[in-house]
Design a protein. Structure first.
Lengths: 487, 487
């Protein structure tokens, strides 16, 4: 509470601000994105640049890059929003109307303007449980399903349970992959918990090496109380799809170390590579049988990713298994103060988990639209992988799933020095130059974490195929020029 | 980490669970509401009770109790949801179409399925600033407007800024009214901050007595670092509307004690009593002039209350004034990890702040619907006040605004003893009996806080007039019977 506070008369200065907010970072919307926004505004005002528009490859924002909404999803949401359409409008298919009526019957007063229960609308929780049961071949209980405001909100609610309320060495330790989706480090900073990084194995398709998990937890133990492990599968930003064996190993590790498992499975629909298959942690936990099938696990899903990409609705849910009954009551209490997740986001989730069936009028269109999105993504995943690997000084693991490539860039010593002089990480330096020269906005690997001495960036594979082709060409030219400049 | 943990094998037990979650309470969805839900399920299964249905007077959930959505709001949201309707459907009025087109132009890719900036869609921030400028007669800057997932989310984001990251006597102290809306105590518990209760003056229309503010902060100072003051106006659960003089006094107090002001103004449209008028803290701050108009203030608004009552959309915003520029950047970073508030909630907010104008085709209907809701609420506010005061052993301040009555009940000693034997607060005991006997679900005053030795409950004034009349009659009979029983 030093001089500055007194001079400005402000309650909040950089000295008095919550220190956990100060250390928190969220690279996906970090400084490079702020610069991209600035460039866009300059272009709007007629400024001359080397490029005509900024390509926002920094965030998995599907519709922003041209993906069209799924017709059936939007029809159901529109009908629930304005139920007059149920009567007045003959253009809506009968199954959309039926679906809307079923959901409205689950809303208090028949309006999506009412609050739902904090865990979500009952009929939607049942539909989600049926989807999971069908996906895994193991029963799912609607009472274990809790809707959330996007997956992020659900993740934070679960993370907050394992906190210790203590500081220093008594803080909760949360194991997170590196590279990771920066929501985790942001939440851990905000909660004043302790991040235990475990490195994914870049040389082995970003798989999890069990020895590395052991090393990570043993190293961190003097610093914190390890309580939970986060696994992102399919991987963000790394795009790998974990094998069944890998998941088994992780579950056994968590059991041995007594860790709560947080399985971030929001990309479960986004699996492209031949030979890759999504296995949920729930399924493997159940199939490992006694001794494992009573472990605490939370699995997260989102309306923002998959084939629907409805980011703006902030729909999500988690399935939370095997909580101690008293702890479960406490969890329910803790989410009750948030009242409820947005109802329209809940509706989007419902359509995703209970889409039109083969005999329904909307089935064909729904399948066509879904297949189109996913097959385009698969093409782009393959093209991006291939192109990056064809460029000197770039190496990229196969994009097996999710929506991102995370290529490694081998930067010359002179570039690393130049970055140091600008007080930037080498990959930030590289990504900022890429943005300034080409308008392509990516996120530096340092925002996700990486092994010391390695450099990466994350790009989405979302823009339409023709644009991705152009982007890769532009990128390639930039890269070669950059390498030459700093040779 | 005692025996129980070892026996169950669980990571989370009542011993290891985050202690801040354990102490957190949120009465509006507390045990009495759980019992109400149970009773509803029993009734559904054909159980015989003294009543036919549960009346949920516990929560300000407008549409759940029969209020109809505003036509124009839902038309605009439906058009944004399913833009085919812009072309195909002639039933939508031209101004709804124009409004939807304007908002879609503000969405990336023209879809409400895209993320917006974390502070919300630019054009909506501008509309909100224009609304505030017009309301107060003082300019509002769109850069100070930040949309949120309901008001609760915005409140928590601001509260998190003033935390100290420390424990014990170094915790941040937050002044809150008592009685208060329990979101505040819930958030303070979760954040491990320190609540500094100041009592509202029941004998003076629940006004704020400045001497009481001083007493409260002086008492708390050895226990915490006072950083902020929360004021709820119009009051929840207390229904008072603060006078201009009262607001001036609070601002001066905050200045003297160097406190960040959080003004919960979500009921700003809900003012009923003759002679009562809503003044925003922003307006008074500006009009107090130099020395005050640079104070830090956050004012909160919601789509859930007012005449629209769109709780399920989780729309809200705050106007945050006079942040230190560096702190503002940190605040923006802190909300960026949440990505963005739901777009459909943002749209609802936009319509509320920029409704149809006198020459627009939807103007007449919009005004009729709005006036109908607010005039009915005014009637119910007057009726509820009058009826409660006509019952022996009940005393109720005038419901000047908001959506609740918070009558004081004078309970006989025998009832207080009976409650003690059941390990309940006397007003919980009373409210549970009211629920079991009549199906009326209210919230005990102890869930909001009250002066020791006084007892209250909160009821909404939302059910339709005929239902409220019936409810008051049923209540009255219950109360007299209860008083007789425990005399």
């Amino acid at each position: 509470m030093a001089g500055k506070n007194d001079k400005t008369g402000k309650v909040l200065t950089m000295e008095t601000l919550n220190p956990n907010i100060k250390i928190m970072q969220y690279a996906v919307r970090g400084p490079i994105v702020a610069r991209a926004t600035q460039l866009e505004k300059e272009l709007e005002k007629g400024a001359k640049k080397h490029f005509e528009k900024v390509v926002r490859a920094n965030i998995g924002d599907c519709h922003a890059t041209g993906q069209k909404p799924m017709t059936f999803i939007r029809q159901v949401v529109a009908l629930c929003t304005y139920p007059d359409l149920l009567m007045k409008n003959p253009d809506f298919p009968a199954d959309a109307k039926e679906h809307a009526k079923k959901l409205l019957a689950g809303c208090k007063g028949g309006s999506i303007g009412s609050y739902s229960a904090s865990s979500g609308i009952d009929v939607i929780r049942k539909d989600i449980a049926a989807y999971i049961t069908n996906r895994d071949g193991h029963p799912s209980d609607p009472e274990d399903i809790h809707l959330s405001t996007g997956a992020s909100d659900g993740i934070k609610s679960i993370l907050s349970l394992v906190l210790t309320g203590k500081l220093g060495k008594d803080r909760a330790g949360i194991m997170i992959p590196v590279p990771q989706y920066p929501l985790y480090t942001a939440a851990i900073a905000e909660f004043n918990a302790f991040a235990i990084p475990y490195y994914l194995d870049e040389d082995n398709h970003w798989g999890l090496d069990l020895k590395e998990l052991k090393r990570a937890i043993d190293t961190a133990r003097p610093e914190c109380k390890p309580r939970a492990i986060v696994v992102i599968n399919p991987g963000n930003p790394t795009g790998q799809v974990l094998t069944r064996e890998n998941i088994e190993g992780i579950i056994k590790f968590a059991k041995q170390e007594r860790l709560f498992i947080l399985a971030d499975e929001v990309y479960q629909h986004n699996v492209y590579a031949a030979g890759s298959k999504f296995f949920s942690f729930k399924k493997i936990l159940m199939e490992l049988g006694a001794g494992y099938n009573n472990m605490e696990l939370a699995s997260f899903m989102s309306a923002s990713k998959g084939f629907m990409g409805e980011c703006g609705y902030r729909g999500g849910y988690c399935e939370v298994l095997n909580l101690d009954p008293d702890v479960k009551l406490q969890y329910l209490k803790s989410i009750s103060a948030k009242l409820c997740p947005p109802i329209s986001g809940q509706i989007v989730i419902d359509v995703v988990v209970s889409p039109p069936k083969p005999d329904d009028p909307s089935y064909k269109l729904f399948q066509e639209e879904k297949t189109e999105v996913l097959s385009q993504l698969a093409k782009k995943a393959a093209l991006v992988t291939k192109t990056f690997n064809s460029i000197e000084g770039v190496k990229c693991n196969e994009v097996q799933g999710a929506m991102y490539a995370f290529p490694r860039i081998f930067l010359p010593e002179k570039a690393i020095q130049a970055a140091k002089e600008k007080n930037q990480s080498p990959d930030s330096f590289y990504c900022f130059q890429l943005l300034e020269e080409t308008g392509i906005c990516t996120v530096p690997g340092s925002g996700f974490g990486e092994k010391p001495g390695t450099y990466h960036f994350r790009t989405t594979i979302l823009p339409p195929l023709a644009e991705i082709e152009k982007l890769l060409k532009t990128f390639s030219e930039f890269h070669l020029k950059f390498m030459k400049q700093y040779k």
